[in-house]
Structures are given as structure tokens and as C-alpha cells.
Design a protein around this ligand. Structure first.
Ligand code: PFF
Length: 455
């Protein structure tokens, strides 16, 4: 057993931390944008199917590997099958992937923090010379907060320091305690925003767009993007779930944990749709598109501007985003922290320093991608977009396939059945179906996502 083998102290804490990891900018920011380009309800339907049929089995594969290995994301492979040491490469790839994702994800987390502060101080809504509040104003503000590198750099670094402090507290006193406080708060905020949005005059139009599927909109592209979104939003392939499951006590019921985590993550994504679409249709903002960065940083301030108590709603919303992002960033950094502790014998403090100090520099540089370093490109992309592309299109699918093949084919069949039944002490009716999906369906579909840009 690893000397770092602390466990989450309660079932609730374990769920809160894992949901905290899964619920991130992927659910609250990327999902509504993807849903809009995928035709609203049609996308939602496919997304839910992907979560149930593919996401939950893959999550169980990572949980099983993590808890059986009971060490970091690299060492777990060797612990489970000591004779096939080379498979640790998949673990190493997922640690690398998680670190690369962290570099740019921390930058976006910095944006959410700067928007929270600007909402509280009122700066976000303060007219600039000659520009009245509206689309033009918020475009300018976006330039100031996102593209004006040194401001963005400050907030990115602040977020890195925040993560550093939380991680230093360890799994129980840092991550679990933080999640226990922030996750209920996040759900409360989401609920409040759903109520506000549903009370808007044009709510029904937005709601029917989001919930009434138009089956003609379902194309192979929509299916692949729903699959990619489901994977990202459940934090698969990043080594996070393998690492967190090492902190699960032996009596944790993995199937019910995976079901709860996936359901809550999906619920958050749906709530975000319920918040965004009525607001966008009510205020006729569809022409701006609900896409990528512009959704939360441009369109939503326009919505808040039209509501009474603008500053309050805006501050609460960006706080919500910051919380969602923060509980995800600590989970992704824990992957490398645990790896340094277990692989290289670092102390907790030392590991936190070794992870966060380079991130201060790397994420700091990355935050200049839309400003001072916009002209510094790799394969025609700025640093931020390159890291996003490299991890989402290449490394995450590779790690996903690697884990499925390992758990499905290389590890003994008893790995999954023992882990899903807690060594026979509880019943599980899904082991056979899960193994089938992990062996055949998941690797084939993820491979399709991987090669789809080439088709
Ligand atoms: N499920 C997370 C999300 O949707 O944002 C995935 C994630 C990404 C977790 C980046 C952590 C992270 F740093």
C-alpha cells in the first residue's frame, strides 16, 4: 500500500469531490455552446445516451483501475498487472495530458475570476467613453479582461496560487473540505438562475428549443461531438478518476458512485441549458450565437444588463463559474501531485510546489495567448488553442482507449467484477454489460472520435 493512501472521510465528501471534478467549465460553458451547434434537444438526447451507454462504463473502468491500484495514475497499471510494465505508459500519458490541460484551463479559470471581481466592482457594466452598454461595450470589456494579457496573467496566477493552497491541505482537509462547501453552493446558485431564467417572458421558446428534439438534426458530426463532450464532461481519460478512486475506501459502491456522479454532472449541463436558452431567446440575442468564449463573457453580460439587480446576478453567476472551475482544477492537479508523491517520493508540500511553481510560469505565459503573444503560434495556433487542440483531439482519446484496452483485455476479468462487487460482498448486475462495452464498443467509438477529423 502506498504511504499516501488516505481515504476520503465520508461518502458525501467523496461524491462532492468527484462531482466537483466532473462539473467544470465543460458542463457550464462548453455544453450549451455545443448543444446549440448540435441542434439543441437532438444534441441533448444523444449526449444523455453517450453518458449512460459509454460514459458510465468508462468511468467504472477508471474507478476499478484506480481503487485496485491504490496509488497514482502511472503506478496503478503496474500494481494491477505487474508483468505488463509497459502499460504504465498509458498512465504517464494521462499525467502529461492532465498537466497540459491544466495549463490552459487555469487561464479560463482566471477569466472567470476576473469577471467575478469586475461584476462586484461594477467595472464590467461601466460605460466606456463613447460606448453605451451593449454588445460593443462587452466586446471591449472582453478585450480588456481576456486579450489584455497582463490583467489576465494576474488573475491566472492568482488562480494557480489558490489551487496551490487548497492542494497543500491534502485530500481530506483541502479537496474534500472545499468540495463539501462549494458543491452545495453551486447547486443552489444554479437553481436560483434556473428560476430567474424560467420567469423570463420568452422562456417557453428557449425551453422548447432545448427539450423538443428535431431528429433531422442528428448527423454523424452531432453524434461525435456529443460523444466528445460526454467524455470531457465526465473527466475521462485525464487520470483524475484513477487518482481519486485510489482515495475511495474499500466499501465504496463504485456503480452507484459512477451513476450519481454522471447524473449530477448531466443535471448541471441540463440546468445550464435551462438558464441560457430562455435568456437568449427572450432578449433576442441568438444572432450573436451561443458559441465558445463569447457565450459567457459576451452574451450573458448582455442578459444581466437587462435584468434588475444586474451586479448581483452577474457577480453570482461568475462566482458559480469560478467555483465549478476551481473544484475541477484541484482534481486535475492532484493527478500530478499524487504521481510525484508516489513515484518520486516527494512530500505533499514538495509535490505541490513542484506542480504549481512551473504552472505559475506556463499558465502565466499561456494567458498572453490572446494579447502580447498572439503572434507566437504553433502549427498556426496560439499557445492556448494549440494545447486545447492537442489534448482534446489527440491525447484524451488516446488515454481513453488505453484505459479501456487495459481494463478490458490486459487486466484479469476479475479486476472489474471484484471492484464492482467489492470482492463479492455486494451484487452488481452490470458487470457483464460493462465489460462488453469497455472491451468492444468504447475503444471503437473513441477511435472514431480520434480519426474523425481525417475522414
Ligand atoms: N469535467 C471537467 C469539465 O467539464 O470541465 C473536465 C476537466 C477539465 C476537469 C479540466 C479538470 C480540468 F482541469
Amino acid at each position: 500500500m502506498s504511504k499516501n493512501n488516505t481515504h476520503f472521510s465520508s461518502k458525501l465528501g467523496l461524491i462532492a469531490a468527484t462531482v466537483g471534478s466532473a462539473v467544470g467549465l465543460g458542463n457550464v460553458w462548453r455544453f450549451p455552446a455545443e448543444a446549440q451547434s448540435g441542434g439543441g434537444a437532438a444534441f441533448l438526447l444523444i449526449y444523455i445516451l453517450c453518458v449512460i451507454l459509454l460514459g458510465i462504463p468508462c468511468m467504472l473502468a477508471e474507478f476499478a483501475l484506480g481503487r485496485a491500484g491504490s496509488t497514482d495514475a502511472i503506478g496503478a497499471f503496474g500494481r494491477v498487472v505487474p508483468t505488463r510494465k509497459r502499460w504504465a505508459t498509458v498512465g504517464a500519458l494521462s499525467v502529461l495530458t492532465s498537466f497540459l490541460i491544466a495549463i490552459f484551463y487555469l487561464v479560463v479559470t482566471g477569466w472567470t475570476l476576473s469577471y467575478s471581481v469586475a461584476s462586484v466592482t461594477g467595472n464590467l457594466y461601466r460605460p466606456e467613453s463613447g460606448i453605451e452598454a451593449g454588445n460593443a461595450l462587452f466586446r471591449l470589456k472582453m478585450e480588456q479582461y481576456i486579450a489584455d494579457g497582463y490583467g489576465a496573467m494576474f488573475f491566472t496566477m492568482a488562480v494557480v496560487v489558490l489551487n496551490w493552497l487548497i492542494l497543500r491541505g491534502g485530500v481530506k482537509k483541502g479537496i474534500e473540505r472545499l468540495s463539501n462547501i462549494l458543491m452545495p453552493l453551486l447547486f443552489l446558485l444554479l437553481l436560483a438562475f434556473c428560476c430567474v431564467s424560467l420567469s423570463l417572458p420568452g422562456a417557453s421558446e428557449g425551453i422548447s428549443y432545448f427539450f423538443k428534439p428535431d431528429f433531422t438534426k442528428i448527423t454523424p458530426t452531432v453524434v461525435l461531438s456529443a460523444l466528445g463532450q460526454a467524455f470531457f464532461s465526465l473527466s475521462l481519460g485525464m487520470g483524475i478518476l484513477v487518482t481519486y478512486a485510489a482515495y475511495y475506501p474499500p466499501q465504496t459502491h463504485l456503480v452507484s458512485t459512477a451513476t450519481t456522479v454522471s447524473s449530477l454532472a448531466t443535471l448541471v449541463a441540463i440546468m445550464m441549458g435551462v438558464i441560457i436558452f430562455p435568456a437568449v431567446t427572450t432578449f433576442g440575442l441568438t444572432e450573436h450565437g451561443v458559441a465558445g468564449t463569447t457565450l459567457v463573457f459576451l452574451t450573458l453580460p448582455e442578459v444581466f444588463m437587462r435584468l434588475p439587480l444586474t451586479g448581483l446576478w452577474s457577480s453570482l453567476f461568475f462566482l458559480l463559474l469560478t467555483i465549478a472551475a476551481l473544484t475541477s482544477t484541484v482534481s486535475i492537479l492532484e493527478v500530478t501531485v499524487r504521481c510525484l508523491q508516489d513515484r518520486f517520493g516527494f512530500s505533499r508540500r514538495g509535490a505541490c510546489m513542484a506542480v504549481n511553481a512551473p504552472l505559475l510560469v506556463l499558465s502565466g505565459i499561456c494567458s498572453l495567448s490572446f494579447g502580447e503573444l498572439a503572434n507566437f503560434t504553433i502549427f498556426g495556433m496560439n499557445m492556448f488553442n494549440f494545447l486545447d487542440f492537442l489534448t482534446a483531439e489527440l491525447l484524451l482519446p488516446l488515454c481513453g482507449i488505453g484505459v479501456c484496452v487495459f481494463v478490458g483485455w490486459i487486466a484479469p476479468k476479475s479486476l472489474l467484477s471484484n471492484q464492482l462487487t467489492n470482492c463479492g460482498s455486494i451484487r452488481s448486475r452490470v458487470t457483464g454489460a460493462c465489460l462488453f462495452i469497455i472491451r468492444y464498443i468504447a475503444p471503437a467509438l473513441i477511435l472514431l472520435v480520434l480519426i474523425s477529423p481525417l475522414l
